[in-house]
Write a protein of this length. Structure first.
Length: 332
């Protein structure tokens, strides 16, 4: 009873030891317990300090990580800004040079016979100006997409056709099935498809109106150019090496339809490009659906225009009459 009470269970154990072994054991047991409890308190305190130190270290590491992240983002942003500035500078240099020389040449009033070149110095300056213009055009062409260059690597800018327009629609045969068969292979095939279409368009001076899924709508001033484009596309598709996982024994097939007539022009609000509407558009679109895979279906109006030039301009293609057809949504 001289010691502070430590709970009933502890006193019970201590009392039995006292009766059996005497005071020495009793005192020794109480001292051991005090030592043990003190050690536990010390360890608990040390553990708390370790936890606090670990928390501070984690906080410091987070701050350092955030700082490094911000610096990396800033470095990337700065790098992109510098690259953009360099690109714009190199892109604008030939354009600015071209414009300067064009302004200088325009100031000469060469279209006025009463203002001829007065001396050899002006002739020399004019020659230098045209040389610079040619160089700037070549430099600018390096930034032009290949789709705008023809087979001779010359820049081709086609104005939207007006008047009687030859419209062509294309569509891939069984495209949904091919996407299901192999999305990766079909994605590669679509890139090849688009390249062939645009290369042929540039070659035959066609105007890309728009794409609708995997279909193209294109326009031509000349029905001869339109049919040259159609034949060129089908030949290129037959020769292309398509992805093996699509299992295309005879290559990717497209249907092509062509019709010619008056159109109602309008600007596409999404693309800013010339678009067309009216019966001619509907007939051209519906004729594509009547073409067999790998062939071109043209209307009688197109045949009437090009019939006399099939041999001379189109290398005498095989023409088959498929008769009269009722087209959905087309009267007559």
């Amino acid at each position: 009873t001289d010691f502070a009470p430590q709970g009933e269970e502890f006193y019970y154990r201590v009392g039995r030891l006292y009766d059996a072994y005497g005071v020495d054991w009793y005192v020794h047991l109480v001292i051991d317990r005090a030592y043990i409890m003190g050690s536990i308190d010390t360890k608990v305190e040390v553990t708390r300090k370790d936890i606090k130190a670990a928390e501070h270290k984690v906080d410091d590491d987070l701050v350092r990580a955030q700082t490094v992240l911000y610096l990396c983002v800033a470095a990337v942003a700065l790098g992109l800004t510098v690259l953009s500035a360099v690109f714009v500078r190199f892109l604008l240099r030939p354009i600015n040079g071209l414009m300067e020389e064009m302004v200088w040449v325009s100031s000469m009033d060469l279209d006025k016979p009463e203002a001829p070149l007065s001396n050899m110095q002006e002739v020399r300056e004019m020659q230098i100006a045209f040389v610079k213009m040619k160089k700037n055009l070549k430099d600018f062409r390096a930034y032009v997409p290949t789709a705008l260059l023809n087979s001779s690597n010359e820049l081709v800018v086609v104005d939207p056709p007006t008047g009687d327009v030859a419209l062509v629609f294309t569509d891939i045969v069984r495209s949904t099935e091919l996407w299901e068969r192999s999305a990766t292979g079909m994605n590669t095939a679509m890139e090849m498809h688009n390249d062939i279409m645009r290369e042929s368009l540039s070659k035959h001076r066609g105007y890309e109106v728009k794409t609708i899924g995997d279909a193209f709508m294109v326009a031509f001033e000349s029905p001869i150019d339109a049919l040259k484009f159609c034949f060129d596309v089908q030949v290129s598709f037959a020769k292309a090496s398509w992805p093996a996982d699509l299992c295309l024994d005879q290559g990717l097939k497209v249907r092509i339809g062509c019709h010619i007539g008056q159109t109602i022009p309008e600007e596409n609000p999404l693309t800013g490009r010339r678009d067309y509407r009216g019966p001619t558009v509907n007939l051209a679109s519906r004729s594509e659906g009547k073409a067999l895979p790998g062939t071109v279906c043209i209307t009688g109006d197109v045949l009437n225009v090009v019939d006399s030039k099939l041999n001379s301009d189109l290398n005498n293609p095989k023409v088959e009459d498929i008769g009269m057809h009722t087209l959905k949504g087309i009267e007559g």
